[in-house]
Design a protein around this ligand. Sequence first.
Ligand SMILES: Cc1cc2nc3c(=O)[nH]c(=O)nc-3n(C[C@H](O)[C@H](O)[C@H](O)COP(=O)(O)OP(=O)(O)OC[C@H]3O[C@@H](n4cnc5c(N)ncnc54)[C@H](O)[C@@H]3O)c2cc1C
Length: 308
Amino acid sequence: MNKIDLAIVGGGAAGMAAALYAARSNLNVVLFEGQSPGGQITLTNEVENYPGLGVENPISGPEIAMLFLNHAEKFGSKTEYTFVDSIEGTAGKFILKTSNGSWLSKAIILAPGSKAKEIGVPGERELMGLGVSTCATCDGAFFRDQEVVVIGGGNSAIEEGLFLTRFAKKVTIVHRRQEFRATPVILERAKKNKKIEWKLDCVVEKINGKNKVENVEIKNIKNNQTETFETNGVFIFIGHNPNTNFIKNTVNLDDQGYIDVNNKQETSIKGIWSAGDCSDHHYKQLITSAGDGVKAALNAIHWLEENS
Ligand SMILES: Cc1cc2nc3c(=O)[nH]c(=O)nc-3n(C[C@H](O)[C@H](O)[C@H](O)COP(=O)(O)OP(=O)(O)OC[C@H]3O[C@@H](n4cnc5c(N)ncnc54)[C@H](O)[C@@H]3O)c2cc1C
């Protein structure tokens, strides 16, 4: 069996930042990535809010992903392109099983990220990052003085809709019911905002556009009438699913599947840390994920020094 000091599960911003710090501390590090390196950020074609990047020339998510990966590999981090299927064992002797074999690792950082829930309509995946977004903080500023559509009726949809009014000239919230899951105080604030319009009892059935969003097809589910609604931005806020199914019997998860961590990124199991969107309900940014990854790596490095 392959023996290593530190296994990092997930090659998004959190995992790659952790890999850089751990490899630069001379640990024998393997980063496991089941798809392509970079995670969610590879879904967007422009990132404007990572300090120091994209200042003079625009930079895309995939370009940032390759910068992160090359930086970690420069210091000796190895990348295994395979999903980790399960984790067994105890601190100092964890076994990670994959379809490419098993690894024995002294410590683990979990960084499998999360996925925004999809509404499942034509155009949604094709136009993701080209006008379709799941993050107002990330993409709101691209829609200055434009008209955008927000889909959802929970707190995040209404809060993100309010945030978008800082940039957009009009925000239309499309929600399939009359009732909202959002808390009354947030809803009230949104109802008072003159830039927000409402399409209730409505669903988006299709997102149209060639290389960017041009319009959406909206159906009223009470009277079955459909309309084509001109917009350049479609923000979908119907929740996230953390990619934690494979470790549900390994570490403690909360009721929504996020990994429980303390402020040192420690999980419920000694020798396992967690970083990034898989353990973050709120911030879900490239830099906060990378920051979590660094905290997890520094604590793992220290723990390995004390326990090897
Ligand atoms: C369309 C879009 C645009 C965005 N724009 C911005 C932006 O402009 N600025 C910004 O700061 N943030 C942006 N974000 C948010 C940012 O991408 C995320 O916060 C960040 O990618 C989270 O990093 P992460 O490492 O925690 O997880 P992820 O990026 O989700 O990466 C997790 C990785 O783990 C892998 N993985 C999962 N399970 C396993 C397993 N069992 N074994 C091996 N590998 C596994 C996945 O394949 C994935 O590559 C955007 C997100 C989206 C979706």
